[in-house]
Design a binder for this molecule. Structure first.
Ligand code: FES
Length: 113
């Protein structure tokens, strides 16, 4: 498990997302109302909509293209639609305030935003 710092929690507004690229995978890191963070792959399982541009409500995001509702905790598409996106562990470091993203990657992981 690789631990990647993607910025300070104040860098992202509530109900917005930051996009990072880790080894070719685009990941959207969301800040929820109240300050928690969640991370999922930035690609809707329907037709590849950019979930980072969706509307965040509680711990769900609505895809900007066709409004599928996706749970940010586990990446599961909500009924009546179905499917899932990969969810990643993300948290705010209590000491530094940095947002930390955890990915299962090799030692040569790289990050770009
Ligand atoms: S691409 Fe996301 S709902 Fe269609």
């Amino acid at each position: 498990m690789k631990r990647i710092i993607i910025g300070h929690h104040t860098d992202i507004e509530e109900r917005r997302a930051r996009v990072v690229h880790v080894d070719g995978v685009e990941i959207a890191v969301f800040k929820l109302s109240g300050g928690g963070v969640r991370a999922i792959e930035n690609r809707c399982p329907h037709k590849n909509g950019k979930l980072s541009e969706g509307i965040v409500c509680d711990h769900h995001v609505y895809c900007p293209l066709h409004d599928w509702k996706i749970n940010l905790n586990d990446g599961l598409v909500q009924e009546p639609d179905e499917g899932c996106v990969k969810a990643y562990r993300a948290e705010i470091d209590g000491e530094t305030g940095h947002i930390v993203l955890y990915v299962e990657q090799g030692e040569d992981s790289s990050i770009a935003s």
